[in-house]
Design a protein. Structure first.
Length: 53
C-alpha cells in the first residue's frame, strides 16, 4: 500500500492514504490533497511517499 506523509518544517503532521492503489487515481488524489494541504499548512509542506507491506 502506498501512503504519503505530510511533512511541515521537518515534522510529520499527518499521513494520507489513497482509497485505491491505481496509479492514475493516486495522482489525481494527491494533487487535490496537496492543494488542500497547502491552504491548511501554508507553502512549506513536503509530501514523502512510502510503502507499507
Amino acid at each position: 500500500m502506498i501512503v504519503f506523509d505530510v511533512i511541515v518544517h521537518g515534522e510529520v503532521k499527518e499521513t494520507i492514504r489513497p482509497a485505491t492503489q491505481r496509479l492514475q487515481h493516486i495522482l489525481a488524489y494527491v494533487t487535490e490533497e496537496a492543494k488542500i494541504l497547502s491552504k491548511k499548512y501554508g507553502t512549506a509542506i513536503k509530501l514523502n511517499r512510502r510503502i507499507i507491506y
